[in-house]
Design a protein around this ligand. Structure first.
Ligand SMILES: NC(=O)c1ccc[n+]([C@@H]2O[C@H](COP(=O)([O-])OP(=O)(O)OC[C@H]3O[C@@H](n4cnc5c(N)ncnc54)[C@H](OP(=O)(O)O)[C@@H]3O)[C@@H](O)[C@H]2O)c1
Length: 246
């Protein structure tokens, strides 16, 4: 019996956690369709599993719809086995000042929510039929900052991630009847472009006394998409080295 090659759609593939996650799925032989605003690094274009990268700004509703339409054409009526909602933005002031509730532009909150919350909702809807066909899995990348005050993450980012954690539960219940599982992975401090040198000060607050690597988040995402987690839905896995326990 030949095994069916599985397909994953992942947002925010050009760098960081998304890029590491694509590499993990590719290593496991999955076919990969991705998007981000930038193109992907040159060497990745030679990856035979990473068949399609579509440039799109998912914070823009027209681009979002266009991406969903193009990716569904690529799926060609076939199944989708995983959707990883990874792309997000965490705005900072030019002086790395924390953007709280009293400073910053309220319109900027809407931009953060467009990408961090409404895009995952739109993508879940847009790929619901294909996910149903594949008895697939959605993994939302949330954050430790959605669960407690974080010294550097801004309020718009943190509340958008808290809302994404809540959306994960809502989707899990509704998508269960489609045969689709929905879970979240909440990273702590992970070595990517999203964090700066000021984050080094947080290491004493991490029980494992180190930052995480993008590959460690990628591994949790990948495992959630496998059959061993077939009875797991509506949950959130903390990849934080224990930081969320404080
Ligand atoms: N790093 C951490 O410590 C940490 C901690 C907690 C949670 N997280 C979460 O983990 C996820 C990945 O974070 P990361 O650190 O890997 O971030 P990153 O290095 O900043 O990468 C973000 C990715 O999202 C894409 N992206 C940004 N805006 C986009 C848009 N408008 N439309 C489409 N794609 C867009 C970026 O590509 P383009 O710029 O090319 O569009 C990039 O590929 C995010 O959800 C983040 O909130 C990260």
């Amino acid at each position: 019996m030949t095994s069916v090659r599985k397909t994953v759609i992942l947002t925010g593939a050009s760098r960081g956690i998304g890029h590491a996650t694509v590499k993990r799925f590719s290593l496991e032989g999955w076919r990969i369709i991705t998007c981000s605003r930038e193109t992907v690094p040159e060497e990745c274009k030679r990856d035979p599993n990473w068949t399609h990268h579509i440039s799109a700004d998912l914070g823009d509703s027209e681009d979002l719809d266009q991406f969903i339409a193009e990716a569904n054409v690529l799926l060609d009526g076939g199944p989708l086995h995983a959707l990883v909602n990874n792309a997000a933005v965490s705005p900072k002031t030019p002086f790395k000042e924390r953007l709280g509730c009293l400073n910053g532009d309220v319109a900027a909150w809407r931009d953060v929510f467009e990408l961090n919350l409404f895009a995952p909702l739109g993508l879940a809807r847009g790929f619901a039929t294909a996910l149903h066909r594949g008895k697939g899995v959605i993994v939302n990348i949330t954050s430790i900052a959605g669960h407690a005050i974080h010294p550097f993450a801004g309020s718009a980012y943190s509340t958008s991630k808290a809302a994404l954690s809540a959306l994960t539960r809502e989707l899990a219940v509704e998508f269960a009847s489609l045969g689709v599982r929905v879970n979240a992975v909440a990273p702590g401090e992970i070595e990517t472009g999203m964090i700066g040198p000021e984050y080094e000060a947080l290491i004493p607050r991490i029980p494992m006394h180190r930052m995480g690597k993008p590959e460690e988040v990628a591994a949790a995402v990948f495992q959630l998409c496998g059959a061993d987690f077939g009875y797991v839905t509506g949950t959130e896995i903390f990849v934080t080295g224990g930081q969320h326990l404080y």
